[in-house]
Design a protein. Structure first.
Length: 106
């Protein structure tokens, strides 16, 4: 099985390739399971091929269709340092001065 599966008359993968995959995965598959697996892998490969086509066409279309700008705002009026400290630390179950005390984990 090469890096790019080639289409066959029955799909993208052959029963022989399913047998190789089963051997590599150390699976014992009945003929019915091999055929079901071939159908499932075909569906997956077709889905991946569709995604690759859509992704490639989307990349080509979205290089610069929208003017890019910085959406971050300036910090025009930051609050005074420490005005919320007491309320936040006071809500903690344990504290030590201006700090929240937590259980040592290391």
């Amino acid at each position: 099985m090469g890096p790019h599966p080639r289409p066959t008359s029955n799909g993208m993968i052959t029963t022989e390739e399913i047998e190789k995959l089963a051997t590599l995965a150390r699976l014992a598959l009945s003929p019915e399971e091999k055929e079901r697996m071939r159908g499932e892998v075909d569906s997956i490969l077709e889905y991946v091929a569709t995604i690759q086509k859509v992704s490639a066409s989307a990349d080509a279309q979205t290089h610069s269709i929208v003017a890019q700008k910085n959406v971050m705002r300036e910090d025009a009026n930051p609050h005074e340092s420490g005005i919320y400290t007491e309320a936040l630390v006071g809500a903690a179950p344990r504290r030590e001065g201006k700090y929240i005390k937590v259980k040592k984990i290391l």
